[in-house]
Design a protein around this ligand. Structure first.
Ligand code: IZC
Ligand code: ZN
Length: 425
C-alpha cells in the first residue's frame, strides 16, 4: 500500500485508541499514547498508526511527503461540538455593562444580548453572514479544529433561521472544516411573544421544524432551557417534535440556574446536555445512567465572570462522559480558541491533560455522532490530524494563551502550515 503522507519520529502520538463510544471515568485518562510514533496516510484515510518504522507492506515513493515529528505532538483533529458560529454583528458594548455589574440575563431581559444579535442577523445578507463565519472557521482551523457544530438561533423567524442554516450548509460544502448543523429556533423568546411564549413554541414546532426538515438543514435540535427563556415543558415539547423529523436532541441545560435541564436531557435521552454549571447531582447521576454526554463550556463561565464553573470532577467521578467546547458566540463566549478552553478545563475544572484531550477528540466526536469516522487515529479512520509544535500534551496545556498548532491535515490534505491556513478555500 502506498503512503501519500508519513509523519515519523513523533515525540507524542495521541491515538485515542479504544472503542468508538464515549469514554468515562478512568477511560478518559487513556489516550493511547505512543512515543516515537509513526503515522501514514493514503488519500483521505489513515493507513497505519504505530511506533518506530513503517511495516514493509506500506511503501513510500518520491511523491510521498515525509514530515519529521521530532519534538511534536500529533493528535486527532479537534472537534468543537457547541458553537453559535453564524451570526451578524458583535456585542463589545456589553463589556462595560458587565463591568458595571449587569448580569447576562438582565441584558437579555432589557432587549439586548441574544436579541441584539438577532436584529443584526436578520439584517445581514447571506454573503455577509457567510464571510464573517468563514473568517471564524479559518481561525478555528488554525487552532486545530477540523469538525465543528453550528447552531441557528439568531433568526427567531423562519426565514432568518433558514438563512443561517443555509449559510452553514454552503460553508460545509466549500470549507475544509466539517460543519454539523443544529436547529435552535428556541434560543430566546422574541419581544412580540413575551406575554405569549407558547405561541412562539407553536411556531417553532409547526412552521420552523417542518421547513428545516424539508430542506434537510439540521441533524440536531437544541433549546435554551433556562429560567426566563424556555421552560422544561416547552423544551420537552420542542425536542420531541424535532425527533419526529429525525433531528436528535441536545439541550442548553442549567447554565445559570438549577432548572432541571440535566434531568430532562436524561429523560428524553438527549445526545448531550451542555453547560451544566448549576446542574444538580441527581441530574448528573441520571445523565451517567443514560450515557448522556456533558458538553462543558468553561470559556463561557470564565467570560460571564460569575466565578461559577461546571463540576467536571464530580461528573467524571459519577461516570458522565465529558466533552468540551468553545461555545463560540458573540455574547457569552466570543472566542474561537479551543486550546484556551482546554487550558480552562485543566486549570479551573481540574481535568488532567489526558482527560482534556479525550474530551476534545473522541468524546466530542461522539457528541456529534461522528465517532466511527473521526475522534481517534486508527487505520481506516479519516485523516483529520493536528501536529502541535509541542513536545508533549502537558506542554500544550501549560504554555497557555498561544496557538501551538504547526500543521493541520484535513481529509488527508495539509490545510494549515506554521499555524496559518494555506490560502483561501
Ligand atoms: O448570544 O448570548 N447562552 N446562548 C445561550 C448564548 C449564550 C449565546 C448568546
Ligand atoms: Zn450555546
Amino acid at each position: 500500500m502506498k503512503a501519500d503522507i508519513v509523519i515519523k519520529n513523533i515525540s507524542q502520538l495521541v491515538t485515542m485508541e479504544g472503542p468508538d463510544r464515549p469514554r468515562i471515568k478512568e477511560e478518559m485518562k487513556n489516550i493511547g499514547l505512543i512515543e516515537n510514533g509513526i503515522l501514514a496516510i493514503s488519500g483521505d484515510e489513515i493507513i497505519y498508526v504505530g511506533e518506530g518504522e513503517l511495516p514493509e507492506y506500506i511503501v513510500t515513493c518520491d511523491e510521498t511527503l515525509i514530515i519529521d515529528g521530532t519534538g511534536k505532538t500529533v493528535t486527532p483533529g479537534l472537534v468543537d461540538p457547541h458553537t453559535h458560529l453564524i451570526h451578524g454583528g458583535s456585542r463589545e458594548n456589553e463589556l462595560s455593562m458587565k463591568l458595571n455589574g449587569m448580569k447576562y440575563m438582565d441584558i437579555l431581559k432589557a432587549g439586548g444580548g441574544i436579541l441584539s444579535t438577532v436584529r443584526a442577523t436578520q439584517k445581514a445578507s447571506f454573503e455577509e453572514l457567510y464571510t464573517k463565519a468563514e473568517k471564524s472557521l479559518n481561525t478555528m482551523l488554525e487552532f486545530g479544529v477540523t469538525t465543528v457544530e453550528a447552531k441557528s438561533g439568531y433568526g427567531l423567524d423562519t426565514e432568518t433561521e433558514l438563512k443561517q442554516l443555509r449559510v452553514a450548509k454552503e460553508l460545509n460544502e466549500r470549507h475544509p472544516v466539517d460543519i454539523v448543523s443544529t436547529f435552535m429556533g428556541a434560543h430566546a423568546i422574541p419581544a412580540e411573544y413575551k406575554d405569549s411564549p407558547e405561541k412562539f413554541v407553536d411556531i417553532i414546532i409547526n412552521e420552523m421544524l417542518p421547513k428545516v426538515a424539508e430542506e434537510n438543514l439540521a441533524e440536531f435540535c437544541d433549546v435554551f432551557c433556562e429560567e426566563g427563556v424556555f421552560t422544561v415543558d416547552q423544551t420537552r415539547r420542542i425536542l420531541n417534535a424535532a425527533r419526529e423529523y429525525g433531528m436528535l436532541p441536545r439541550v442548553h441545560a442549567d447554565e445559570i440556574e438549577p432548572f432541571g435541564g440535566a434531568e430532562l436531557a436524561a429523560e428524553i435521552e438527549a445526545i448531550s446536555a451542555d453547560h451544566l454549571v448549576a446542574a444538580s447531582e441527581a441530574g448528573m447521576r441520571m445523565m451517567a445512567d443514560k450515557g448522556i454526554i456533558a458538553d462543558l463550556l468553561p470559556a463561557t463561565s470564565f467570560n460571564l465572570a460569575t466565578g461559577k464553573f461546571a463540576n467536571a470532577r464530580k461528573m467524571i467521578e459519577l461516570g458522565v462522559p465529558v466533552a468540551l467546547s468553545t461555545d463560540y458566540n458573540p455574547g457569552s463566549s466570543p472566542t474561537e480558541n479551543l486550546q484556551l478552553v482546554m487550558y480552562f478545563a485543566s486549570l479551573i475544572l481540574r481535568m488532567t491533560p489526558e482527560e482534556v484531550f479525550t474530551a476534545v477528540t473522541i468524546n466530542s466526536a461522539c457528541s456529534l455522532r461522528r465517532e466511527e469516522i473521526i475522534g481517534s487515529l486508527r487505520k481506516g479512520k479519516r485523516a483529520d490530524i493536528v501536529i502541535f509544535d509541542s513536545p508533549n500534551i502537558n506542554y500544550i496545556i501549560y504554555h497557555f494563551g498561544i496557538n501551538h498548532v504547526d500543521i493541520v491535515i484535513k481529509n488527508g490534505k495539509i490545510v494549515v502550515e506554521k499555524g496559518r491556513t494555506k490560502g483561501a478555500f
